[in-house]
Design a protein around this ligand. Structure first.
Ligand code: GLC
Ligand code: MG
Length: 252
């Protein structure tokens, strides 16, 4: 047993089965104390919504928080990492992104708390999504805006800088921490987790309750960035699936 980098999404991945979560928390806490394992939460939530979840559920305090779909990295305290923000600001023009989206009636803005310096978020139903997403992509491109559209759970649309997503943020942290892919594990359930499986050299755990958007993508792209089949699709849901995967890979 030795240190590893444990990265997990929150909603419907870490959180969703309180009993399994309690068991996982205990194992991770022991591992962190004994081996210095690093716990990273990577979520679409903003800082206020992350705080709210912490009051609702029994969660370990993570070492690092990757919030707002990877656009903000927090260590101690409540100021996001400035070097990461610097990287993302390259060619990002938030006002023009917002102006371009105004032409699409199907895009319903999310709450103000979920709008962030590097994230513009909407709700979008799956039926209109089929034509709105390609049209929006084309409109943004026509404006010369290099952005990324991330659609999750058939309802959430995040528009973020082209260099930013959960996967890119984890790559940034992996380098900084000096932890290699064979000692990294990433866990997720939906579209905004896809980049972690796609871009990060790591063992991957897809929980049993994952959205079809992620399962379908995994089946079409079963390999990690090194061309290795390093993903495990769990049978159990949420934290139960994470426990299953961590045992499968021999991390715990
Ligand atoms: C969380 C965020 C929301 C985002 C979604 C998907 O629910 O609060 O803003 O759209 O994750 O990334
Ligand atoms: Mg999720």
């Amino acid at each position: 047993m030795s240190q590893f980098l444990f990265v997990t999404d929150l909603d419907n991945t870490l959180v969703g089965d309180d009993r399994a979560l309690a068991e996982l928390n205990q194992l991770l806490q022991q591992h962190r104390e004994a081996h210095g394992t690093v716990i990273v939460y990577a979520t679409g939530r903003s800082l206020p919504l992350f705080r709210m979840l912490q009051t609702e559920r029994d969660m370990l305090e993570p070492n690092i928080r990757v919030l707002s779909v990877g656009t903000e990295i927090y260590r101690q305290g409540d100021s996001p990492d400035a070097a990461w923000a610097d990287l993302l600001s390259h060619r990002w023009d938030r006002d023009r992104v917002v102006a371009t989206t105004a032409h699409f009636a199907d895009l319903v803005p999310q709450d103000a708390s979920e709008q962030a310096p590097f994230k513009v978020s909407f709700h979008l139903k799956p039926e209109p999504a089929a034509y709105v997403l390609p049209e929006l992509k084309a409109a943004l491109k026509e404006q010369g805006l290099e952005v990324q559209l991330i659609y999750s759970s058939n309802i959430d649309l995040d528009i973020v800088p082209v260099r930013s997503n959960k996967g890119a943020a984890i790559n940034f942290l992996q380098k900084e921490l000096g932890i290699t892919g064979d000692r990294t594990v990433v866990c997720g359930d939906s579209g905004n987790d896809l980049s972690m499986f796609q871009l990060v050299k790591a063992k991957g755990i897809i929980v049993g309750n994952a959205q079809l958007e992620l399962i379908d993508w995994h089946q079409a792209n079963p390999h990690d960035p090194d061309g290795l089949p390093t993903r495990y699709v769990a049978r159990s849901h949420c934290a139960g699936g994470i426990l299953e995967g961590l045992r499968h890979f021999g991390f715990i």
